[in-house]
Design a protein. Sequence first.
Length: 445
Amino acid sequence: MPRRFLPQGPLRGAIAVPGDKSISHRALILSALAIGESRITGLLEGEDVLASAAALRAMGAGIERGNDGTWRVHGVGVGGLGQPAGALDMGNSGTSTRLLMGLVASHRLTATFVGDASLSRRPMGRVIEPLSRMGADITASPGGTLPLMVRGLVPAVPIEYTLPVASAQVKSAILLAGLNTPGITTVIEPVPTRDHSERMLAGFGAQISVEQDSAGARVIRLIGEAELRPQAITVPGDPSSAAFFVVAALLVPGSELLVHNVGLNPTRAGLFAVLREMGARIEEENLRDVGGEPVADLRVFHSALTGVDVDPAVAPAMIDEFPVLFVAAALARGRTTTSGLEELRVKESDRLTAMAEALTAAGARVSETQDGLVIDGTGGAPLPGLAGNGAPVTTHLDHRIAMSMAVAGLASADGVEVDDIRPIATSFPDFETLLASATGQESAR
Ligand SMILES: O=C(O)C1=C[C@@H](OP(=O)(O)O)[C@@H](O)[C@H](O)C1
Ligand SMILES: C=C(OP(=O)(O)O)C(=O)O
């Protein structure tokens, strides 16, 4: 389904972003493993999270949405999941796949994981390797991709595993497998990644500790055969969704937008730090704690941005925000360079190539390196855009490419046409409604 995103006037007023996708997956999974009823408010009702919910239901958890939007989950206890009747359809969701593979690895059941064309290209070897060491029997398609089958082992074998790639999904898969494994499962993380699993496991009563070793790596230890207590969870707003509105408000002259309910966990907030370094005026208001996570409202003002060299060390804390950062860089003054971003090539699309092609088509000056993009910005002038003259940009079943190029369209002279906006529903079903509200277009729709 194509859509043309035309230049718009300022973004004003206030919006609230939907629940955090990473935290929503974890809230459902841990609730399904607690004994008794958990309640979740603010759950992201995007396709990715709903794929996790459907899979957990298929393995025996009771999961219902109340009319007031609260989700009730009847957990079956650690070790209590049962054999699903059919294949588990993970749709477009890497997080669902990798976390649930971890869960199945230490349960007495066999599950087949399938997904869409994008997910079926993504590497699963990174979870197959440690989960096989724990005793799971995993048969994957050539290249270690979906469809694949996981036969869990009970009792599984605890491992000590140093992450070869900075990946919260791999870390979480091992910890989830460790929940039903006797003994201590240890994950060593040389580069810190998002820590929602650790925080939420502690909240559910698991015995988990995090220390730094002498080399500065995080050492996470989980005592297995855990008993989880049901919780009432409020999911904070997703900084990865807020990112599109923050960048749009920075780029469109005259904007002043209040974005309510933005999760600011330091392992997720890298984009806001980089944007401030580029000269962005982003103020934090009403800093508070929601569900064990720091949250604030962000007041964002149109700002003149200057290109920067982005330190690769910040990458894990903004790994999903690079596509929209590239849009900000395309309108900044001077050059922005990024490096150390090989992981972007194995997301829903190859996000380096996809964004280089899309931004170039919209008139930006971009060159692609092996591990990053180099972008020479317009100095605040709108991108030429490509409405009406040229093929629509290709989003490759990648929601973040679609939303990033929508933002580029707002900040362009002629608009940007995106070939397919359907993937946006995987993480941000209300994106277009909120965009219409922030740009004052509701009545026109
Ligand atoms: O654990 C998570 O919830 C996620 C981890 C990241 O993936 P990697 O673990 O592959 O870096 C991120 O890109 C993804 O959107 C969500
Ligand atoms: C990479 C992403 O998600 P997943 O890995 O869950 O598909 C994302 O949302 O940008």
